[in-house]
Design a protein around this ligand. Structure first.
Ligand SMILES: [Zn+2]
Length: 453
């Protein structure tokens, strides 16, 4: 039997209110469920599978996901759709089943609202999508690692906030029903996977067109058109970006180990460091017993989420991006080493195409620059008279105030405000003890003090 939305009365409600389920959404869910059962059992005897479907639909429409009032749920309409889905599936032949599958996949691709339901392109990038064996294996992994509940919530949100036709709703319920009957929920994820792959293939063909219209030798790509394509097929953007990143990873590594310096303005590195430190100390101060920084992926995930939120901010992205492309192009012009020039060209090309994978590459470059800075202390900061002697200084008010005054004296007020916010957040959340910090950094391979290293 399905264990979807298997929530106990005394557990925290799944709507995220923090209240107990029985004191939050349960009464509404139960009300919908009871009414649906009553209406449907008039027409046919309800099997365990049908009961499952009814329960899941009741939760989807009864949970307070947003301001949409559950009172407004049209139970009459819902029960009609469920009845149709139920009756139709009893008469299914293999052919009609296949047709239904294709119809649902088409709907997933064509309905703008449903485009949000895709397998992340970053996961798809590791698989050869025309190799059916690999795709089958991927499907198994997805069904193991993704929860159907999350997707059902997303669907519930979409259904309740957008106008879906009755025909579309029927297909969606069919799709959910197939997923529930299949214990691994693979049949549910299979259609999302299919839609994702078709998106990528279609977008890939369109992308070739964009390149072909230009001069093929120079690989000139119309950035505006590429943007438009990425907007239309977000899953392709992720997929393509990750593929490209994997493609340049070794070259980037090589460049980072070479003599080329990416001279980021110090406020970017400083902000990155503060964010980094604040997340790490937060985790440690909370003393999470289950977090082992050497093993837990969980830990790296938290860190990465915080860093990528930092990097996605306009001011950071603009500065980093400008600095990176400028450095790469200058290095390319200066270098007399053909091999290095080729690598630089490849990495530059990656940065010129606007994909989300840039964040990952930028993170790597900033991290390397930060490590370089730490290794080469004392260092003069930007073109100021300020000299950073040790990394501990970065978390002292004296150093911070001095640097902020410098930024303000240069008229860089936006940058100063940006840093102040991060500094405040880092300070409130963690009263950092230097010894603790040192240990943490040592564990991460960042030496706090080179004289001790
Ligand atoms: Zn609730």
């Amino acid at each position: 039997m399905s264990d979807v939305f298997d929530i106990q009365r005394n557990e925290e409600c799944i709507c995220g209110s923090g209240k107990k389920y029985k004191k939050c959404c349960l009464p509404t869910v139960e009300k919908i469920e009871t009414e649906l059962m009553r209406k449907l059992s008039d027409d046919f005897s309800i099997t365990a599978y049908a009961k499952d479907l009814i329960r899941v639909i009741s939760v989807m429409f009864g949970i307070k996901l947003d301001e949409t009032q559950a009172e407004a749920v049209d139970v009459e309409k819902l029960s009609n759709i469920i009845a149709q889905v139920w009756n139709a599936q009893e008469e299914f032949s293999e052919d009609s089943f296949l047709k239904l599958n294709n119809d649902i996949a088409d709907m997933l691709r064509e309905n703008e609202n449903l485009k949000i339901l895709r397998i992340p392109g970053s996961i798809l990038a590791h698989v050869e999508l025309d190799d059916s064996e690999q795709v089958d294996m991927l499907l198994t992994q997805i069904a193991d690692n993704f929860t159907i509940e999350e997707n059902l919530f997303m669907l519930a949100y979409l259904i309740r906030n957008n106008n879906f036709t009755e025909d579309e709703l029927e297909k969606i319920f069919h799709w959910i029903f197939m997923g529930l009957i299949d214990e691994t929920h693979q049949s549910f994820f299979e259609l999302i996977l299919q839609a994702s792959i078709e998106d990528i293939n279609e977008a890939g063909k369109k992308f070739e067109q964009i390149i072909k219209e230009e001069d093929e030798t120079a690989c000139q790509v119309d950035i505006a058109e590429t943007h438009e394509l990425f907007r239309e097929y977000p899953v392709f953007e992720e997929y393509f970006g990750m593929r490209m990143l994997e493609d340049i990873e070794d070259d980037l590594e090589f460049i980072l180990k070479s003599e080329i310096d990416f001279n980021f303005p110090f406020f970017v590195i400083y902000g990155f460091f503060l964010k980094f430190t604040s997340v790490i100390t937060q985790i440690f101060l909370q003393n999470l017993p289950h977090v082992d920084i050497n093993k837990e992926l969980n830990f790296m995930d938290m860190l990465f989420d915080a860093e990528s939120a930092f990097l996605k901010q306009e001011i950071v992205i603009t500065e980093s991006y400008g600095c990176i492309t400028r450095t790469l192009i200058e290095a390319m012009e200066k270098s007399e080493d053909n091999d290095l020039r080729e690598k630089l060209a490849k990495v530059t090309e990656f940065f010129l195409l606007p994909t989300g994978a840039h964040i990952l590459a930028i993170e790597k470059i900033i991290l390397t620059s930060m490590k370089k800075l730490i290794k080469n202390l004392p260092q003069a900061i930007d073109d100021s008279p300020i000299v950073l002697e040790s990394i501990e200084q970065l978390i002292t008010d004296e150093f911070f105030d001095e640097y902020i005054s410098y930024l303000e004296s240069k008229g860089l007020n936006e940058q100063a405000e940006f840093l102040k916010e991060i500094y405040e957040e880092a300070n409130i959340k963690c009263q950092i003890e230097k010894s603790g910090l040192k240990e943490i950094f040592d564990n991460l391979g960042l030496k706090l003090d080179k004289s001790e290293a």
